[in-house]
Design a protein around this ligand. Sequence first.
Ligand code: PNS
Length: 157
Amino acid sequence: MKVIFPGSFDPVTKGHLNVIYRAANLFDTVVVGVLINQEKPALFTTQEKIEMIEELMYDYSNVTVKLFSGLLVDFVREEKADAVVRGIRNEEDFLYERQLSLLNHSLYPEMEEIFLFTDKNYSYVSSSFAREVASYGGDVSGMVTENVARRLQEKFR
Ligand code: PNS
């Protein structure tokens, strides 16, 4: 089974990694889909986002990282993926994912989704929290890996 794990990954967090690694153990192929979103200004360039994810995937030969722009449903069709994987941290995520799912199903009714509850250690983790804490020089080691923390520090130096 081939699945897509889509997101903005600005930057990739330990919460994302937890879902990617679990998906890699469950499914034959995982495509991490990095959204190129021209509307939303990002801290990291698309190239940096990809590098950060790829350097954490050495042990997972069934994970590839790809860019996509436009609609997720079109990317899923192009990739001929069987399903989309999304992580859920809390009730807020659940409500958001439900809306996203309804919208995506209105565009592509056959699309399947698989939701994984994020590990409890990462339920407070988000890319935006990591960016904010790093911008004030705080410790982000609970939220992101060492390499990503270093890159965050460099951005705010
Ligand atoms: O990093 P995020 O915010 O969890 O990722 C959200 C993402 C990328 C899955 C969502 O914004 C998305 O699918 N965007 C692509 C454009 C699209 O399909 N829009 C319609 C649904 S919002």
